[in-house]
Design a protein around this ligand. Structure first.
Ligand code: GTP
Ligand code: MG
Length: 248
C-alpha cells in the first residue's frame, strides 16, 4: 500500500524561513512526503514564495491561500481538511519558523507507520527534550508552567500538550466533528486537540525534541490567545459530552 504523508505548515510572514524548512524536509527523503502550506495572505510575500516552491516540486508541494489572517486554529482546520482531501494517510504539522527541527518529522511518523500510536506529539517535557536552552529562566518557567496548568485543569496525561509539532493517523482527523471541537483561535487549539484525541481513546505517544527559538521573522503570539487558552482549558473537563476515556 502506498502511503501519502502530508506535512501541514501554517504561515504568516515566514518568507525568511520557508525555503530552509522546505529544503530540510525534502532532504529527509521520506517516501510519499508532501508539504501543504496554509498561508493567510502574508504581507511579506510568503504566499508567492510558496507558489514558486509548488512549481519546483510538482505534485509534492501544495498551497492553500486564505484571504487574510484568520488565526492558527482555522489554518490547521482548513489544512487538515485539504490534506485529507489530497488522500493523506498520515498528517503532520510543523511551525514554519524552524523552532521544530524538520529532521524530527521521521520520528513522529514512525510510531504511526508501525501501528503503535494514533497521535505522536514532539515533546519538550519528556526525558531527552527541552525548551530553548538559551531562554531566560522566566520564559522557561512560563512554558513549563503552561503545560503543568493544562495537565492539571484537564486531567490529560500529556506532558507537552501545547506543542505544535505533531503527527496524526488520518482516521483521527476524520473522526466526526473532532477537528471542529476546539474553541481557541490560537495555540490553545493544540491543547484542545490533544484533549479530544485523548478523550476519544486514541493512543498518544510523546517523543522528545529540543525547541529552538526562531532566528528570523517575528512571533505571532499575543496576550489575547494566551488568555483565551487559560480560560478555555478548565472548561474542557466540564464538557463530558465527547468522552469515551474517563476523566481521572
Ligand atoms: N496561516 C496562519 N499561520 C499562522 C497564524 N498565526 C501564526 N501562524 C504560523 O504558525 C506558526 C507558529 O507561530 P509563531 O508566531 O511562531 O508562534 P509560536 O511558535 O506559538 O510562538 P513563538 O514561540 O513566539 O515562536 C508559524 O509558522 C506562523 O507563521 C495565522 O493566523 N495564520
Ligand atoms: Mg514559533
Amino acid at each position: 500500500m502506498s502511503m501519502k504523508i502530508c506535512v501541514v505548515v501554517p504561515t504568516y510572514n515566514e518568507a525568511q524561513n520557508l525555503p530552509d524548512l522546505v529544503r530540510r524536509l525534502f532532504d529527509e527523503d521520506i517516501p510519499g512526503l508532501e508539504i501543504l502550506v496554509v498561508d493567510d495572505a502574508s504581507p511579506d510575500g510568503t504566499g508567492d514564495l510558496a507558489d514558486s516552491l509548488a512549481q519546483q516540486h510538482p505534485g509534492q508541494f501544495h498551497v492553500l491561500h486564505r484571504k487574510g489572517k484568520l488565526g492558527l486554529a482555522s489554518a490547521y482546520r482548513d489544512g487538515f481538511r485539504e490534506a485529507l482531501r489530497l488522500g493523506a494517510t498520515v498528517i503532520a504539522q510543523i511551525d514554519a519558523d524552524l523552532s521544530h527541527p524538520p529532521e524530527h518529522v521521521v520520528k513522529l511518523i514512525a510510531p504511526i507507520l508501525e501501528g503503535k500510536a494514533d497521535v505522536v506529539i514532539a515533546s519538550r517535557y519528556v526525558s531527552g527534550g527541552s525548551a530553548d536552552p538559551d531562554w531566560p529562566l522566566h520564559r522557561k518557567a512560563l512554558s513549563k508552567g503552561g503545560n503543568i496548568y493544562a495537565r492539571l485543569v484537564t486531567g490529560m496525561p500529556i506532558n507537552d500538550s501545547t506543542s505544535g509539532f505533531r503527527c496524526f493517523r488520518s482516521e483521527v482527523l476524520e473522526k466526526d466533528g473532532l477537528i471542529d471541537r476546539p474553541k481557541c483561535r490560537g495555540f490553545g487549539f493544540q491543547a484542545e486537540m490533544a484533549y479530544h484525541c485523548w478523550r476519544e481513546g486514541f493512543r498518544i505517544q510523546e517523543v522528545p525534541y529540543v525547541f529552538h527559538d526562531r532566528e528570523k521573522g517575528s512571533s505571532k503570539i499575543s496576550m489575547n490567545i494566551v488568555v483565551e487558552a487559560l480560560v478555555r482549558l478548565p472548561q474542557l473537563r466540564l464538557s463530558r459530552k465527547y468522552s469515551s476515556n474517563r476523566v481521572p
